[in-house]
Design a protein around this ligand. Structure first.
Ligand code: SAH
Ligand code: F3S
Length: 478
């Protein structure tokens, strides 16, 4: 099973950053979890780079170790705890080394972290990264430092992220932070706070600057991109209090897409994550209108059963979801969809499980990210519902859903065979270093033999002649 969105091999990977005037100290920065965390690490790197920190890929020589953490499932937290345990001996040898925890676990556990993990000196939540220089001063004076204040405004709009460990071709651009949706299973509203949108001017400037620096694809990021709403600042919840002028000139997600597509006309544009209850037909129309917006929507559904959807507070029915998918297929005939599913949510019956499977068959997703339900302390489901599905039942249902997605993926990949696709060259294939790997507009990965004159970042026409379950096999056409 894949970890969400981020290449499995990148989980917990440390990165190097630019060399600037040095303060003589070395930072080791590791990220876990979703794309947003990887994007946030680029903001953290930028802030610390300004302070003169250089990065190292060798933890043994680090003066500052930072882990940007994920709380979405218990397993994600265990991974970080295990990683911290590995630093214990290092800290004994180098007592002056500072160890900090950033991101969602920092926000969820707050001071508990300092009590439970003796080696942690610094705890910083996702809205407090600007305070890092001050917090680090406190740790230099030998005190533990913590800032987990969540903000209603912070979007880090003016911070130019240092692009970490990427391929120089694809980049993330954050457009919203936080989430107001309160799905009952989800810890994100608690760890990332109120939803707020970033100033469209700063988004466009960042996209243009990426284009000028050779980037060829951006992914606009938010927990819930469809609820993007810019009216001059503040959380979306306060929109009702905005002035008439602010309301008249407000910009929604479809309009933002339109603006970005025009501002960087040759840049490939993707976005993640869409939320079925807020996604509009207008967004599909923008995909259809602009060639540079990819024909792909990640549209998590979590379950195919209305009863479970209601318990999850997803705010839409199975039929509404299917209607939205149908609209998308009508407006963008060559569109692809992927899903997130939670298997074994509280009270899930065999019948509910079958409804999830039948929905998957109906939609025919290209990909899926499927997880066993993991109860998260503090969430509404944890407080009000019993995590009552036995682990072996969850495992069996999860295996069935993964197997079904495998079949659907294979079928969808087969549908791409026999046609020419425009593929953006994003890197070298892991299995064969004489082959490129890239993706088509629908986000399907394609590998093909390198030809003279081709380079990273080129968009090339590839004839697809075969496929595996998740990959297209092709060759470039001249
Ligand atoms: N809107 C967000 C969702 C973040 S959570 C986004 O940007 O994708 C990502 C996925 O993790 C969810 O769609 C859900 O499928 C899964 N997830 C969230 N909470 C979970 C839990 N308690 N147990 C298992 N999976 C969970
Ligand atoms: Fe979580 Fe639902 Fe928001 S899954 S991130 S509360 S849309």
């Amino acid at each position: 099973m894949q970890e969400k969105y981020i290449d499995e091999t990148k989980q917990g990977e440390a990165f190097a950053i630019l060399e600037k005037p040095e303060n003589g100290k070395k930072l080791f920065l590791e990220s876990y979890g979703c794309q947003m965390n990887f994007s946030d690490s680029e903001i953290v790197a930028s802030i610390l780079n300004e302070q003169g920190y250089n990065t190292t890929l060798n933890v043994e020589e680090a003066d500052l170790i930072l882990l940007n953490t994920c709380s979405i499932r218990e397993k994600a937290e265990q991974t970080v705890r295990m990683r911290l345990a590995q630093f214990k001996n290092l800290k004994k040898e180098r007592p002056n080394m500072t160890v900090g925890v950033l991101g969602c676990m920092a926000e969820r556990l707050k001071t508990k972290f300092l009590e439970e993990e003796q080696l942690v000196d610094l705890v910083v939540g996702p809205d407090a990264y600007r305070d890092l220089p001050n917090l680090l001063k406190e740790t230099e004076d030998g005190r533990d430092a913590i800032n987990v204040i969540l903000s209603k405004e912070e979007t880090y709009a003016d911070i130019n992220p240092v692009r970490l460990g990427g391929n120089g071709v694809t980049a993330f651009v954050t457009i919203t932070r936080g989430c107001d949706n309160m799905c009952t299973f989800c810890v994100v509203p608690f760890t990332r706070g109120r939803e707020r949108s970033r100033d469209p001017h700063s988004i466009i400037e960042e996209c243009q600057s990426l284009w000028n620096n050779g980037y060829k694809e951006i992914t606009l990021l938010g927990q819930n991109v469809d609820s993007y709403l810019w009216y001059g600042g503040g959380p979306k919840k306060d929109f009702a209090k905005a002035s008439e002028m602010q309301k008249l000139t407000a910009i929604n997600f479809a309009q933002l897409l339109d603006m970005v597509a025009v501002a960087v006309p040759k840049m490939r544009i993707r976005f993640s994550t869409s939320n079925p209850h807020e996604m509009t037909e207008e967004v599909f129309r923008m995909i259809a209108k602009h060639d540079n917006i990819c024909n792909y929507v990640h549209l998590p559904v979590q379950s195919g059963s209305d009863r479970i959807l209601q318990l999850m507070n997803r705010q839409h029915t199975r039929q509404e979801y299917l209607d939205l998918i149908k609209k998308g297929k009508e407006i963008v005939p060559d569109i692809s969809f992927s899903q997130d599913m939670i298997i074994g949510f509280c009270t899930e019956t065999e019948e509910d499980h079958q409804l999830t499977m039948s929905l998957m068959r109906e939609v025919e997703y290209d990909y899926g990210y499927m997880f066993s339900y993991s109860t998260r302390p503090g969430t509404p489901a944890h407080k009000k519902l019993e995590d009552d599905i036995p682990a072996d039942v969850k495992q069996r249902r999860l295996a069935e859903v993964i197997a079904l997605q495998g079949e659907l993926s294979r079928k969808r990949m087969q549908g791409y065979v026999g046609r020419v696709h425009e593929i953006l060259i994003e890197g070298i294939s892991k299995k064969n270093k004489n082959q490129w790997k890239g993706r088509n507009s629908q986000n399907a990965v394609c590998v093909f033999d390198m030809k003279e004159g081709q380079k990273l970042g080129d968009i090339v026409s590839v004839f697809v002649h075969g496929n595996t379950q998740g990959t297209l096999l092709g060759e470039t056409v001249l």
